[in-house]
Write a new protein. Structure first.
Length: 215
């Protein structure tokens, strides 16, 4: 596996597709994580500077999910390309290596980049500490990862791309986060579209009752 922190972008579900940024940032092997999720195999040789895109149809919580997954490892340093996938992605898997403290510090910077590009701090995301199979080389505690996930208000997993530990859980959690965001957006639109007359009626009703009591 590569070292560092990286990202992944996820796409649309059901009749549309969900675009997801697969493991994102400096070098925790997003490609390996995505390949394990897609094909249940660990790539022994992979060029981390190559951007890979995958499509997969699965079921999550008994609902179909059509996913477009973009592996962005090695692309983060190219500003125009980075901003493009940040705008396009509906959800992000943000990775660091538990054996590399520098990659853990980069996670916060990457989250801030997503905010600057998308102008919202409510973008669906999952935080991942990869290489859990190398616990003897650990530089970042699980408690530190959990605390950062609470700060980001997102799910958190420690994974091993090499041994496929919790890989499915990460992608499934991201789809659930995207669906949650979609439901919240629909509910917000429904609230806005409710007739304003009902509000006016509620405002008028006390005056009507007062007038009736006087007569």
């Amino acid at each position: 596996e590569e070292g560092g922190s990286q990202g992944n972008i996820l796409g649309k579900r059901e009749k549309r597709r969900q675009r997801a940024a697969g493991p994102m940032m400096s070098g925790v092997s997003p490609p390996a994580m995505t390949m394990q999720f897609i094909s249940h195999r660990f790539p022994e040789d992979h060029d981390p500077t190559i951007e890979d895109a995958y499509k997969i149809r699965i079921r999550i919580d008994d609902e179909p999910a059509n996913l477009d997954i973009l592996d962005t490892a090695g692309q983060a340093e190219f500003t125009a390309m980075r901003d493009q996938y940040m705008r396009a992605g509906e959800g992000f898997i943000i990775c660091y290596s538990i054996t590399d403290r520098r990659s853990f510090h980069e996670v916060r910077e990457f989250r801030q980049l997503i905010y600057r590009v998308r102008r919202t701090d409510d973008t669906p995301a999952v935080l991942v500490g990869n290489k859990s199979d190398l616990a003897q080389l650990r530089q970042v505690s699980k408690e530190e990862g959990s605390a950062l996930a609470r700060e980001f208000n997102c799910p958190f997993f420690e994974t091993s791309a090499a041994y496929r530990y919790y890989i499915d859980d990460v992608f499934h959690a991201l789809v659930r986060e995207i669906r949650r965001k979609e439901r919240e957006a629909v509910m917000a639109m429904e609230r806005k579209s409710k007739p304003k007359s009902s509000v006016w009626k509620r405002l008028k009703s006390p005056f009507r009752r007062k007038k009736d009591s006087v007569t």
